[in-house]
Design a protein around this ligand. Structure first.
Ligand SMILES: CC(=O)N[C@H]1[C@@H](OP(=O)(O)OP(=O)(O)OC[C@H]2O[C@@H](n3ccc(=O)[nH]c3=O)[C@H](O)[C@@H]2O)O[C@H](CO)[C@@H](O)[C@@H]1O
Ligand SMILES: C=C(OP(=O)(O)O)C(=O)O
Length: 419
């Protein structure tokens, strides 16, 4: 298994080009299953999760071809409706095959994704919503078996929790349903807007994406389209936090500050200078004292849970006391014991991490447990004294495109070691 070996204590400065967003690309690639034609997606990041999605789409019969950062996905050849456990277990987002397959073919068998390190992550809201649209769903032997007589029917669906994945699955299913579907209490993430824009380019009729009430008028057929994946706001946030922790400066290019306001607001509160342009964000922390900030994760437009671990690391380095409260996932503090092994002054009380002043951070051998936890360990390794070894970095590769190359360009001493 690969490891990262980091020599701490280097300054960070320079430019980084942000890749397309994993969390936009994944649902959009699954949306290609709805189209009877070829779609061309640009700004697709090169990630392990994208590779898993490619493998799953191919298993279902889709044609796949890369050209630079453009992925061509031909949905016209899809002829299977089974998403097997071997692929779904590698990536929870595989459950996003369910809505498109059921809507287009009237049946789908998708392995239950199961939980992961950050929480149990059930899919009950996805299932209940599809049932409201007329699907008959059973769960047997670890598989969701869904069928519908004829086609899905438009319905008014109130989702009891704000769920990004359920909103995406139901939005995709509704595009080919008969009649109108209303999704109430929908998630409002920018990735949902990007998905809706893609579906609209395929011929879907959607209003209200980005608000908590989405209206979809079903159509008979969707076609292939051309669509650009939006920049990764979480990758952007991670590099901004890295520069802030290292008292450095960074220009993140090919990104969008409008999706990142809750994060930029906290970076300013932490005493960073943050300047935004149309497609770039500059952060300068040189000669300034980093101040700890209170964080509470919330659905968009609140502070994103996917930036929680990185801000926990920031608070470890910053001056002062602050709390980090996680409200989305019940177990998203696996990075805390690892940060404590590096000397971090943090204590956990329920769903809150209490961060105090840390005397000294020392490099250590630490274990990545999930994607963003891994990022927090890397950032801490860059500012700690001595050598840090991060194990199980396949978690990082799920969602950051060659993070070691981008950090090295900024001056970090980080190397991938193949074991
Ligand atoms: C691929 C992708 O886009 N992943 C993102 C997506 O995950 P994902 O779509 O899985 O996250 P959800 O928004 O669905 O989860 C939010 C909360 O709702 C719960 N829930 C969800 C569905 C359901 O049927 N029942 C239920 O109880 C979950 O367990 C969790 O506690 O949104 C999360 C929240 O912003 C992000 O952290 C993930 O990076
Ligand atoms: C939790 C995340 O992703 P996923 O939902 O794919 O596990 C993430 O991107 O931080």
């Amino acid at each position: 298994m690969d490891q990262f070996v980091i020599q701490g204590g280097t300054a960070l400065a320079g430019e980084v080009t942000i890749s397309g967003a994993k969390n936009a690309a994944l649902p959009i690639l699954f949306a290609a299953l709805l189209a009877d034609g070829e779609s061309h997606f640009s700004n697709v990041p090169q990630l392990r999760d994208i590779g898993t999605t490619e493998a799953l789409l191919k298993t279902l019969g889709a044609g796949i071809k890369w050209q630079g950062d453009v992925l061509h996905v031909d949905g016209s050849s899809v002829d299977k409706v089974l998403a097997p456990y071997e692929l779904v277990k590698q990536m929870r987002a595989s459950v996003l095959a369910l809505g498109p397959l059921l809507a287009r073919f009237g049946e789908a068998q998708v392995s239950l994704p199961g939980g992961c390190a950050i929480g149990a992550r059930p899919v009950d809201i996805h299932i209940r919503g599809l049932e409201r649209m007329g699907a008959v769903i059973t769960v047997d032997n670890g598989y969701i078996n869904a069928q519908v007589d004829g086609c899905l029917q438009g319905a008014e669906i109130y989702m009891e929790m704000v769920s990004v994945g359920a909103t995406e699955n139901l939005l995709m299913a509704a595009t080919l349903a008969e009649g109108t579907t209303i999704l109430e209490n929908a998630a409002r993430e920018p990735e949902i807007v990007n998905l809706a824009d893609c579906l609209i380019a395929m011929g879907a009729k959607i209003k209200g994406a980005g608000t908590s009430r989405i209206e979809v008028q079903g159509v008979e057929k969707l076609n292939g389209c051309e669509h650009k994946i939006l920049p990764d706001r979480i990758e952007t946030g991670t590099f901004l936090v890295a520069a802030a922790m290292a008292n450095g400066e960074v220009l993140c290019k090919n990104t969008d500050h409008l999706c990142l306001e809750p994060v930029l607001d906290k970076l300013r509160a932490a005493n960073a200078i943050v300047e935004v342009n149309d497609d770039s964000i500059y952060l300068d922390m040189r000669g300034r004292n980093l101040t700890a900030v209170n964080i509470k994760t919330m659905p968009h437009p609140g502070f994103p849970t996917d930036m929680q671990a990185q801000f926990t690391a920031l608070n470890v380095v910053a001056q002062g006391n602050a709390t980090i409260t996680e409200t989305i996932f019940e177990n998203r503090f696996m990075h805390v014991p690892e940060l404590q092994r590096m000397g971090a002054n943090i204590r956990l009380e329920g769903n809150t991490a209490i961060c105090g002043d840390t005397d000294k951070l020392s490099g250590a051998q630490v274990m990545a447990t999930d994607l963003r936890a891994s990022a927090s360990l890397i950032l801490t390794g860059i500012v700690a004294c001595g050598e840090t070894i991060v194990d199980r970095i396949y978690h990082v590769d799920r969602g950051y495109q060659r993070i070691e190359n981008k950090l090295s360009k900024l001056g970090a001493k980080i190397k991938r070691r193949h074991n």
